[in-house]
Design a protein around this ligand. Sequence first.
Ligand SMILES: Cc1ncc(C[n+]2csc(CCOP(=O)(O)OP(=O)(O)O)c2C)c(N)n1
Length: 376
Amino acid sequence: MATSKTRSTKAKGAKAPAAKGSAKKAAKAPAKKATRKASAPTPRPHVDLPKEKLVDIYRQMLLIRRFEERTAQQYQMQKIHGFCHLYIGQEAVAVGSVAALEEKDLIFTTYRDHGHALIRGITPREVMAELFGKAAGCSKGKGGSMHLFNAKAGMMGGNGIVGGHVPLATGAGWAARYNKTGQVIVCYMGEAAMNQGVFHESLNMASLWNLPVVYIVENNRYGMGTAVTRASAEPQLYMRTAGAYRIRGVQCDGMDVLDVYQTMQQAADRARNTGRPTFIEAICYRYRGHSMSDPATTYRTKDEVQAWRAKDPMDRLREQYPDLITDALVKKMEDEIKETVMDAIKFADEAPQPDPSELYTDVYLDYPGYPGPTDN
Ligand SMILES: Cc1ncc(C[n+]2csc(CCOP(=O)(O)OP(=O)(O)O)c2C)c(N)n1
């Protein structure tokens, strides 16, 4: 893990302890240019998770992967309309980060939100029904793929406007601080959101007011077809927030679920103990196109995709824990998850459409003493 304060070489596996003397070696290394390799490594503490939690982390990534593959199929069968952005390849970011949170914490995310919703406690049935636009969906069929929501589950919504949710999450951070709830607010975004004005306004306020918000950019290298290097003057995104807003910037390997877990755990602890925000850059990759309508063949090569697939987060976890996540266990999980996802599709297929009388419900907040739309 590298921070903008102490930049480091990348830590390897979850079990790998920091190499002794490597800090000295790094300090003696000839000063080339300011690359991450030039400075001392940050020791990476051992990730100490119970076996059940590790297995569950694997299961959650598998659920997202299989759910999304079936979603693509259902989209092609025209059961799902409108935009649909798959999360395949990025599973480790949502799963690793949510695993480090408490139930009371809240998450806000973008339109690439199926994975976040599934692991934040919205059931596969409710997510699939929402994708199908059915009344039984988590947003009553009125949100669709980009707007999965369930406040009780702490999933404060997917958002279609790039960066539009960053102020919302910042506001929730303010509420958490004001009400002393001890909550941590997590705001996921794509790297393109970092070039929006609201991102800068939000981070400025979060720092000034000591808000317990963890901003996490899922840097999957492309905003639609535009490479991050063509859109950001400083493509090492974690470097951007310390100098500008005094918000610690941290980079983690978004293809390594345990690195994400550990990075989020440290950020969440900081938020809870000091009220300070953190900015995390998770380096990851989406295997599929930007959305279902993008074949993703014009702006990147097959070799590039292959190279990232070779770092697949699920394979990686299996390699790290071969005696725990065994072939037999994975086979069992595959069967169970297939059943769950097929059940969700059947449920969504059979669920009723929303009633037209519902068109205007949940549009405005029904707040005591505040004039609603019909009172004007
Ligand atoms: C304000 C705004 N401008 C443009 C768009 C169109 N748009 C949708 S997704 C996208 C790219 C966003 O890329 P990034 O934030 O990196 O997220 P990713 O899709 O990579 O997860 C754009 C420009 C939008 N939804 N909102």
